[in-house]
Write a protein that binds this ligand. Structure first.
Ligand SMILES: Nc1ncnc2c1ncn2[C@@H]1O[C@H](COP(=O)(O)OP(=O)(O)OP(=O)(O)O)[C@@H](O)[C@H]1O
Ligand SMILES: [Mg+2]
Length: 502
């Protein structure tokens, strides 16, 4: 391939105890959208970090337009026309759109430019915003934009740096359905304009919609690639996990003891004028659908006592509960698996073992000592059953891939014996194989009598996993659907606050 814009040749990268990449090659042509997929820990982010100068390859070479290059820093990558859109956005929300666009260029052009030539920055930013179809003024402060719009600003920034290749590592994981559609549209426009894209995602629907070619990594090696015409869910999954995945979703044998868990008139700080009431049976999985900002996470946090509710009652097994803090909830057997794993779910500096056994420490503690062996066994068992990819339970969580960190969060709560479990976006960033695994675990727990609330923005997941679906809009439940009534259209219309279509 002589006309490739980017070529990675036989890249090998080792970390202590792990070979993250073993002789991996990847080529991207001008104006081509290449999706890079693979299970959690397959090496996708590591490969992209080598392109971004965050890591140096132990072996192999990088070629841009046929010329071998060395990338030691993000600045090097930018000079070579490579832009990055990270999952955690780099934007500064107290600055305006234009200032953010040019942030990365300041080191290249020096500070005076920003001081002297602000009008030029505004007019240039405007050009890029228009090119992306983003209808906001460059003077808008970033904090007034939605997450999706902020991401567009990141793309505008990459374009203003003359990026010929834009790398997007799980760009859609925080976006709503409509925002994701807009992103996919933008990707198509960029391709038209000759910009190449490397798109990393676990959402196979999106990959199918936007990719010209799919490159699959498995265990740090090239597992193969699929041309446009060969891309299907089946073929991608098979190449990623090395086998066919059947029965992604398992249905339950029916809920017992209706009204086992009851929430009445709950009002949260985010939506003080709306009340939430619902009830849940033993062994039932109740899905919560809705657009981002509909108040689902706030509801979860109120139930768990993180953010005390303004009003409302919660009862479990007929007994009213007083939940003022998370410890009250934990004592009652109610657990929350939070949405933001790094902020609320994990201590990344600690080991996998410590994280898994953290909430239950008192149970393993005898005479003030933590029973190491028991603790170790629990951790090893959880790591195996969720197939967490880690050299050992003594590895620090910090060094695990994104999806594997999420599995550790789950392992931590599953190691306890919950009565009510609230999952907030349980499979964000998790690969298909592990998703199937997590759905099976959720179903097992339900069958053992746990009442489960699952908040999810992935339509396929809510429909596949739930026994019933409650849809929220602006802090209120706009409808509850039974399995026979499930459809994307009904959920969407309830999510935007309309009456469900017949
Ligand atoms: N700084 C590091 N130190 C040690 N090991 C690391 C480091 N960074 C990554 N790894 C390991 O390298 C492997 C590849 O990780 P990487 O983050 O590239 O996976 P990924 O394909 O992006 O997965 P995900 O889909 O979960 O994001 C994993 O086993 C991970 O634990
Ligand atoms: Mg990753």
């Amino acid at each position: 391939m002589t006309d490739a814009l980017l070529e990675l040749r036989s890249i090998t990268k080792r970390f202590p105890g792990v070979t993250a990449l073993q002789s991996v090659s990847l080529a991207v042509n001008p104006g081509e959208v290449v999706a890079l997929i693979g299970e959690n820990g397959a090496g996708k982010s590591t490969l992209m970090k080598i392109l971004g100068g965050v890591h140096q390859a132990d072996e192999g070479s990088i070629h841009i337009a046929g010329r071998q290059v060395t990338i030691r820093s993000v600045a090097d990558a930018i000079k070579l026309g490579i832009g990055f859109i990270h999952q955690e956005l780099n934007v500064l929300d107290n600055l305006d759109v234009a200032a953010n666009c040019f942030l990365g260029r300041e080191p290249l052009w020096g500070w005076p430019l920003r001081l002297i030539n602000r009008p030029r920055i505004y007019s240039e930013s405007e050009t890029y915003l228009r090119r992306l179809g983003l209808n906001v003024s460059p003077r808008t402060p970033l904090r007034e934009l939605s997450l999706a719009q902020q991401q567009m600003v990141e793309i505008a920034k990459a374009l203003s740096q003359n990026a010929r290749l834009i790398i997007m590592d799980e760009p859609s994981s925080c976006l709503t359905v409509t925002e994701t559609d807009r992103l996919l549209e933008t990707i198509r426009d960029l391709r038209q304009q000759g910009v190449s894209i490397i798109y990393i995602s676990h959402r196979l629907n999106e990959v199918q919609q936007c990719a010209d070619r799919v490159v699959v990594l498995r265990d740090g090696q090239n597992a193969g690639s699929l041309a446009r015409g060969e891309i299907s869910h089946q073929s991608m999954i098979k190449m990623m996990v090395g086998r066919d995945l059947k029965d992604m979703y398992v249905h339950g044998s029916g809920a017992k003891r209706p009204d086992y868990f009851q929430v009445q008139g709950l009002r949260t700080r985010a939506h003080p004028r709306h009340e939430i009431s619902f009830s849940l049976a033993c062994g039932e999985i109740l899905g919560f659908a809705g657009l981002v900002g509909a108040g689902r996470s706030e509801m979860a946090q109120a139930i768990f006592g993180v953010d005390a509710p303004l009003a409302g009652t919660i009862a479990l097994d007929g007994k009213p509960l007083t939940i003022r803090c998370a410890n009250d909830a934990i004592r009652a057997g109610i657990y929350l698996v939070p949405e933001d794993r790094r902020r609320a779910g994990l201590v990344t500096e600690m080991t996998v073992r410590e994280n898994v056994t953290l909430p239950g420490l008192s149970r393993w503690a005898a005479f003030g000592l933590i029973r190491r062996r028991e603790e170790n066994e629990v951790a090893v068992r959880q790591v195996e059953s969720l197939r967490v990819k880690t050299p050992s339970v003594e590895a620090r969580v910090l060094n695990l891939s994104g999806g594997n960190q999420q599995k550790v969060v789950l392992a931590k709560w599953l190691a306890l014996t919950p009565r009510v479990l609230v999952f907030d976006e349980p499979t964000r960033g998790i690969d298909v194989g592990a998703k199937a695994e997590i759905y099976r675990l959720m179903r097992d727990l339900a069958e053992r009598g746990v009442a489960i609330i699952m908040i999810s923005s992935e339509m396929e997941e809510v429909i596949g996993v739930s026994d019933r679906i409650a849809v929220m809009h602006e802090g209120a439940i706009t409808g509850v659907l039974d399995r026979t009534e499930f459809s994307e259209e009904r959920i969407m219309s309830l999510a935007v606050g309309k009456a469900p279509v017949a």
